[in-house]
Write a protein that binds this ligand. Structure first.
Ligand SMILES: Nc1ncnc2c1ncn2[C@@H]1O[C@H](COP(=O)(O)OP(=O)(O)OP(=O)(O)O)[C@@H](O)[C@H]1O
Ligand SMILES: [Mg+2]
Length: 242
């Protein structure tokens, strides 16, 4: 369970996040929507301790991670999978090595166990015969899948996905969205996704939230958010769904 309480953050004199509070239950998918530059990535980075809030707390499984030492943070990150907005694959490593990397860092698995686990997660994201390809040889959609495979390879209890559909065509956006829902429901990960892809967010989220000018304007089920009467929310949804 993730519990964010009254989180605020200023970066370079710009108030990016203001008094953000929300909860994500065990195994739930929350999708945070909002226009570009609104602070979605900044918020996600707080959840994994890459940024510290100026105010507020972030309680994960009963512990306030903003109070963690660096060592505690590193230990905590083993339970997290993070799909970076730009993929963040290591360009000098092939697909196999990219996915194996967290296993080599955080487990004592021997070579055959590593091979088996990498194979398992590549199967999960429906990637076949790409182990020896370099990231530069992959399409955008394939890179996202490799990034997702790497994010779940340590059996993430908490999965954070930053714009998993950005830069993809509508069909691949649809497919990777379905894949994420299928994978996270299978592994039972508590999941926070940021996106401006309203159509797919509405299809796969358990709940959605909309950020606007640093504040969480609305949060709820798709039905609740769809019927929100706030002027910005109405406009954002209307323009995004056409
Ligand atoms: N490390 C940083 N230092 C200073 N300002 C930053 C930093 N990271 C982000 N910002 C600023 O915070 C604001 C929010 O950025 P963020 O990347 O969270 O937007 P976003 O909602 O993820 O946008 P997009 O949809 O384009 O990914 C922007 O104005 C950005 O310039
Ligand atoms: Mg972003």
């Amino acid at each position: 369970m993730i519990k964010v309480n009254h989180l605020s953050k200023t970066l370079d004199d710009q108030k990016v996040l203001t008094d953000i509070s929300f909860q994500v239950s065990e195994g739930e998918i929350l999708i945070i929507l909002g226009p570009s530059g609104v602070g979605k990535t900044v918020l996600l980075k707080h959840l994994i301790g890459l940024l510290q809030p100026d105010q507020g707390s972030i309680v994960i499984n009963g512990k306030d991670i903003t109070k963690f030492s660096q060592q505690q943070q590193l230990a905590m990150r083993k339970d997290f999978g993070y799909l970076f907005q730009e993929g963040a694959l290591y360009d000098f490593m092939n697909v196999f090595e990219n996915v194996a990397f967290p296993l080599r860092e955080h487990t004592n698995f021997n070579a055959s166990k590593i091979r088996q686990r990498v194979q398992e997660v590549l199967d999960m994201v429906d990637l076949h015969q790409v182990e020896s390809k370099m990231p530069l040889e992959l399409s955008g959609g394939m890179k996202k899948r490799v990034g997702l495979a790497r994010a779940i390879v340590l059996s993430a209890k908490i999965l954070l996905c930053d714009e998993p559909t950005s830069g993809l065509d509508p069909i691949r956006s649809h497919d990777i969205s379905d894949l994420i829902r299928q994978v996270v429901k299978k592994i039972g990960a508590t999941t926070v996704i940021t996106s401006h892809d309203v159509i797919n967010a509405f299809r796969i989220a358990d709940r959605v939230a909309i950020l606007h000018e640093g504040r969480m304007e609305v949060m709820g089920t798709v039905q609740e958010v769809s019927s929100c009467q706030d002027a910005f929310v109405k406009e954002f949804l209307q323009l995004s769904k056409v």
